[in-house]
Design a protein around this ligand. Structure first.
Ligand code: NAI
Length: 261
């Protein structure tokens, strides 16, 4: 078992799922966020840190074996805010990780890096990126940065293009994109346990009927999502007309938003 796993963005919703479900993946979970976190429990350390502050990030990463990098602005936002949290923050994290000798980072990318592909088109890790938002572009930066750090320094990364990770799917789009919290946790566990991942790009999505994304190249991980959105379909279809607004593109609402003036 590794000694210390750092989780950034630990005060967020996926951070909560990770804090609760990954306790036995490391002797110590170092939980960090710019927002306040509840006090450290057994086997936990809590560190308040803004990822945009380089020296603080250097300190944060020290003595960590691996990182689950969730900390970010997690939806479309003003460019300057994305620049600080998602672009500068991710750069600071990778640079600190390289210097500290961290061997593996699980980077929370997003399906919005390919959100301008039409609904129904089947994508995989080799499909061209078509970001649907400045948010998506900021995650493309993280994917490319992680590739650079793997090619140059051998720092392994899994770029998880997460679909919609919530307790339940709540609209038609999520019938395709839903990732259950349970499947999220097993994916993270497999990625931490695998002996080698290199630089891996994969989609985080449950075993839904109409998935748009293939992870066939990542079969070696042995990750088999257990949950499906199908049980929620009747209720969602009954309350949401078809075609639902904004679902022409895979990115849904993000693809439909205007960039701010
Ligand atoms: P969230 O918004 O609930 O959590 C993100 C956390 O990052 C927040 O607690 C926030 O305070 C923290 N954060 C923001 N800026 C920071 C900074 N400068 N320094 C340190 N921490 C900072 O988002 P959620 O849903 O937990 O998502 C986690 C990650 O997964 C994000 O990177 C998001 O982009 C990605 N993701 C999530 C999806 C989902 O379905 N929940 C879908 C696709 C991607």
């Amino acid at each position: 078992m590794m000694t210390r796993l750092l989780i950034t963005g630990a005060a967020g919703s996926l951070g909560g799922y990770a804090r609760e479900g990954l306790k036995d993946c490391a002797q110590i979970l170092r939980l960090s966020d710019v927002a306040e976190l509840s006090p450290a429990g057994k086997g936990e350390e809590v560190v308040r840190c803004d990822l945009a502050e380089r020296e603080a990030v250097d300190e944060l990463v020290r003595d960590c074996d691996a990182i689950l990098h969730l900390g970010a602005i997690s939806a479309e936002a003003e460019f300057d805010a994305l620049l600080q949290a998602n672009i500068l923050g991710t750069y600071n994290l990778y640079e600190a990780a390289r210097r500290a000798g961290v061997s593996r980072i699980l980077f929370a990318s997003t399906n919005h890096v390919t959100g301008f592909h039409p609904v129904g088109e089947r994508l995989d890790h080799l499909s061209p990126r078509r970001p649907d938002s400045l948010y998506g572009v900021s995650k493309c930066f993280g994917e490319d940065l992680s590739r650079l750090y793997f090619d140059k320094y051998g720092l392994e990364t899994a770029c998880l293009r997460i679909g919609s990770c919530f307790a339940e799917p709540t609209n038609r789009r999520m019938l395709s994109t839903w990732l259950s919290p349970g499947d999220f946790r097993t994916l993270i566990r497999q990625l931490l346990a695998a002996s080698e991942i290199g630089h891996l790009v994969l989609y985080g999505v449950s075993a839904n009927r109409d998935v748009w994304w293939s992870n066939a190249h990542a079969d070696f991980l042995g990750w088999r999502p257990q949950d499906s959105s199908e049980a929620y379909r009747p209720a969602i279809e009954a309350r949401e007309e078809e075609p639902a607004k904004g679902v022409r593109y895979q990115g849904g609402r993000h693809a439909a938003l205007k960039l701010s003036d």
